[in-house]
Design a protein around this ligand. Structure first.
Ligand SMILES: Nc1ncnc2c1ncn2[C@@H]1O[C@H](COP(=O)(O)OP(=O)(O)OP(=O)(O)O)[C@@H](O)[C@H]1O
Ligand SMILES: [Mg+2]
Length: 295
């Protein structure tokens, strides 16, 4: 992993208006992801993880803050300026059932992002290229003309991954890419993501509920609570030496993986103590590379 910063998120805020109320889904989040690194983002449901991911790829405009990608501030870019970055930044979502158009075969599904980003090849070249990608994600050339309903959840996620990789991205936001899969295939898909990362020099943001999986794949991890990061550290350091009370609560409730419930069963009884004036503490570095927001 290099020291070069690929993604630099500075005081990111995304607030949603809900009637007369404002929901602060993300409220002042800062972190950096190095080139080639996997940065894990954990936290209970509703803590703002996906919203962070969506802001990075500008599916959402944000309320405040900046996102730098490979040294470029994308925050004020319009559609035209963003276009090359929308190729370089790809996403893999949780649900491989709804994210693939049922009316397209595998060759068309994987070719679609290539068309969008103007990666043109002759028909037979493209077929060979896509067949090569299929092999890399553990599928076969004979799958080229099949449709999503003919595949298992794990295979569909492999197709989604091939789709994302077809445009040669640098950075992939993996938003709970294995949560909807059977436990038996989760590890396979994670191992494959790691192999692909090494082969293509990818940088990952890996959003997950499953703490054992996120520890395995991540170099560093950020813990989100109510729209804020409460702790950031290298993976092993976070697990061996959690400092924030919320991280401790999260780690002590590592769920037993059950594909039917594991993704949503992490509600944790915990309130961040605020100072007397209600101020929320900022992240500060307490040992090299270990940041915590606590009084
Ligand atoms: N488009 C939207 N409009 C309004 N509110 C939203 C929108 N997207 C997210 N939210 C709200 O923002 C908060 C954070 O949601 P987000 O999806 O980022 O959480 P999450 O950490 O990814 O949760 P989960 O683990 O369940 O996926 C939630 O309260 C959610 O209801
Ligand atoms: Mg989410």
């Amino acid at each position: 992993m290099s020291e070069q910063i690929m993604v630099d998120v500075r005081d990111l805020k995304k607030h949603f208006k809900k009637g007369s109320e404002v929901l602060k889904a993300v409220d002042g989040v800062s972190f950096q992801i190095r080139k080639g690194e996997t940065f894990g983002l954990v936290g209970e449901s509703g803590s703002g993880k996906s919203t962070v991911g969506r802001c990075l790829i500008r599916l959402y405009d944000y309320t405040g803050g900046e996102v730098y990608f490979d040294g470029q501030n994308l925050s004020n870019f319009g559609d035209k300026q963003l276009k090359p970055y929308r190729r370089r930044i790809q996403t893999i979502f949780q649900d491989p059932y709804s994210s693939l158009n049922p009316g397209m075969n595998v060759l068309e599904l994987i070719g679609e992002p290539m068309d969008i980003h103007g990666i043109h090849m002759k028909a037979n070249e493209r077929k060979e290229f896509v067949a090569g990608l299929l092999k890399k994600v553990g599928l076969k050339e004979e799958h080229l003309y099949r449709y999503p309903h003919e595949f298992s959840g794990g295979q569909r996620q492999r197709i989604s991954i091939a789709r994302a990789l077809s445009v040669r991205p640098d950075f992939v936001v993996c938003d709970e890419p294995i949560s909807a899969l059977d436990v038996s295939v989760q590890a396979q898909v994670v191992n494959m993501l790691e192999d692909l990362q090494a082969e293509f020099g990818l940088t990952y943001l890996f959003i997950a509920h499953d703490l054992s999986m996120v520890r395995h794949i991540s170099d560093r991890i950020g813990v989100m609570y109510k729209g804020r990061l409460v702790e950031v550290a290298e993976s092993d350091e976070l697990y061996d030496n959690p400092l924030h009370p919320y991280t401790k609560a999260l780690l002590s409730s590592i769920p037993i993986p059950d594909p039917r419930t594991a993704s949503q069963n992490m509600a944790i009884k915990y309130e961040v103590p605020t100072a007397g004036d209600g101020a929320v503490p900022e992240l500060r570095e307490v040992s090299p590379g270990h940041f915590v927001a606590d009084h």
